[in-house]
Write a protein that binds this ligand. Structure first.
Ligand SMILES: *[C@@H]1O[C@H](CO)[C@@H](O)[C@H](O)[C@H]1NC(C)=O
Ligand SMILES: *[C@@H]1O[C@H](CO)[C@@H](O)[C@H](O)[C@H]1NC(C)=O
Ligand SMILES: *[C@@H]1O[C@H](CO)[C@@H](O)[C@H](O)[C@H]1NC(C)=O
Length: 256
């Protein structure tokens, strides 16, 4: 039987590294030094443990600048973004939603006022979604609710129902208070600023940035197949859904 301990670590031990506490914070016997990345880091032998899983790659970052009632925005969010998010492992795709789009902000004697491309209902929808994100905090909690709002017949009338189905722990009263109060205005002001800071400036919505960048090509690829684009850009180990090689699966214990 081959020893379970990698030769490099045996060599380290042989070279006189102390058996326990090889490094401060390393409270593990030598045969466990390569048992996980955390242990290897604590024992400062990370580079000598070839069998460790690779460190996670950075997620692909997607920001969506949109308006709650714009049909093309709803279509992208409902038919492309949400299914892609459902299909991919969480660590692959980091999504930021910025409801505002082509809205306009005015400061009328110290009071901020918003005008939206599709009218006051759109402003309300934008603010409801911004407040929902603010209150729910966790993306996996609020994204299904936003999907529910955007895929329904009315974006602004179904909040209670969508919360009940997808996030019963989120208090709709807090969202209403946010929408009617200063917090909603502050969130919209923030979205206005982020949208206006886009470089290049957005020309239409939905406006997509990938890893902070917008090009016509990235936009077109994202709209044609977001799943394919994220699979292509992600630097880490790709999941099966990305349709990688057809090579037979090697049991993970033997992978090099
Ligand atoms: C996702 O992106 C946001 C904004 O860039 C960042 O604050 C957050 O830490 C990222 N999350 C992960 C898991 O990388
Ligand atoms: C709005 O304008 C007032 C002056 O009329 C100014 O004091 C205030 O800072 C402005 N608010 C914002 C958010 O720009
Ligand atoms: C967000 O929610 C998901 C699913 O309920 C959960 O697995 C995850 O731990 C939560 N994240 C945070 C930061 O609360």
């Amino acid at each position: 039987m081959a020893p379970a301990v990698p030769l490099a670590v045996l060599a380290l031990v042989a070279l006189g590294a102390p058996g326990l506490g090889g490094a401060p914070g390393c409270d593990y016997p030598a045969h466990r030094w390569c048992s996980s990345r955390d242990v290897a880091v604590a024992c400062q032998v990370e580079s000598r443990c070839p069998s460790l899983p690779r460190p996670a790659a950075a997620p692909v970052e997607l920001s969506l600048y949109y308006e709650s009632l714009c049909p093309a925005c709803r279509e992208f969010l409902v038919q492309n973004l949400f299914p892609t998010w459902l299909l991919l492992p969480e660590e692959m795709l980091n999504i930021t939603l910025v409801p505002y789009g082509n809205a306009q902000e005015r400061n009328v004697s110290g009071k901020l006022d918003f005008q939206c491309q599709h009218g006051p209902e759109e402003c309300l929808g934008n603010m409801m979604e911004a407040c929902l994100m603010h209150e729910a905090k966790n993306f996996s909690t609020y994204f299904p609710v936003i999907f529910c709002l955007e895929s329904g017949t009315s974006v602004t009338k179904n909040l209670e129902a969508c919360l009940q189905v997808h996030a019963p722990e989120v208090d709709s009263g807090r969202i209403s208070a946010c929408v009617q109060g200063d917090t909603g205005v502050a969130l919209m002001h923030h979205n206005a600023q982020v949208t206006e800071a886009l470089h290049p400036p957005h020309q239409y919505v939905p406006w997509i940035t990938i890893n902070g960048k917008h090009t016509d090509k990235l936009q077109a690829q994202a709209e044609a197949s977001l799943l394919g684009l994220v699979c292509q850009l992600y630097q880490g180990e790709k999941p099966e859904i990305c349709g990688g090689s057809k090579a037979p699966k090697i049991p993970s214990g033997c992978r090099r």
